[in-house]
Design a binder for this molecule. Structure first.
Ligand code: HPA
Length: 242
């Protein structure tokens, strides 16, 4: 048991998928995992462990935003021996050519958060994905016929910007090649690096902030299923600890 997870040591696999939404964790377990067992109900942050193509895989919900995600990711790494962590979530595209439902593989994450200031002071840390996971996920997504983009994301503390900034906040990031905004990846990559674990964020575009396009609830569900299938194919080919 850790402070926020009631699982016993060994109940959680070294490979963990990380959706934000607890019901999406349950959906992955019910749709894709064999012999799935719920390993956490504390705070309704549902987590399940089962098998996919013979490989033990867990799926643990993280909530939204870096402070929440970092609690679960930190405990998975420090107390449960997580070695391969794959976030499956959504993002808001900040480039006009990204369409709703496209897949973004987050090569690295910039952030507007002060969360790691205690660690790095005023310096900036380049929070980066595992290259092995990244290049295999890209090849798999192409083979599956998914529209996929590899590039950087902005991990933001703010979902709703101030009225005054609504039309412009994303421009400096887009001008520096950032593809999309989301709220968890910088913490995932920083904490995984600290423990020598591998991490990747696989994101589907739920909104385009530039073109004001949005996915429907049904499109989000289908997109999520496609992304979970990609993540599971990826981790099934990953040896924990490598
Ligand atoms: N901002 C932050 N996170 C997001 C967004 C967004 O616009 N869309 C989906 N996740």
């Amino acid at each position: 048991m850790s402070i926020h997870l009631e699982a016993r040591p060994g109940d959680i696999a070294p490979i963990v998928l990380l959706p934000g939404d607890p019901l999406r964790a349950q959906y992955v377990a019910e749709r894709f995992l064999g012999d799935a067992v719920c390993h956490n109900r504390v705070r309704n942050a549902l987590g399940f462990t089962g098998t996919y193509q013979g490989v033990r895989v867990s799926v643990q919900s993280t909530g939204m935003g870096m402070p929440s995600a970092a609690i679960y990711i930190g405990e998975l790494l420090a107390e449960y021996g997580a070695r391969v962590l794959v976030r499956i979530g959504t993002c808001g595209a900040i480039r006009a050519d990204l369409r709703p439902r496209d897949v973004v593989l987050a090569q690295a994450a910039s952030t507007d958060s002060a969360m790691f200031r205690a660690t790095f002071g005023s310096a900036t840390y380049a929070a980066a994905a595992s290259y092995d996971l990244l290049h295999r996920a890209n090849a798999l997504a192409i083979a599956r016929g998914q529209r996929v983009h590899v590039g950087t994301v902005l991990t933001s503390d703010t979902f709703y910007p101030d009225e005054a900034a609504i039309a412009t906040w994303w421009k400096p990031w887009a001008d520096h090649g950032v593809l999309a905004a989301e709220m968890e990846t910088a913490a995932l990559y920083t904490l995984a690096a600290r423990r020598g674990a591998q991490a990747l964020s696989i994101l589907t575009v739920s909104d385009n902030i530039v073109t004001d396009e949005h996915t429907t609830a049904e499109e989000r569900q289908t997109g999520f299923g496609d992304m979970a299938a990609l993540a599971l194919e990826l981790v099934a080919g990953t040896l924990p600890g490598t």
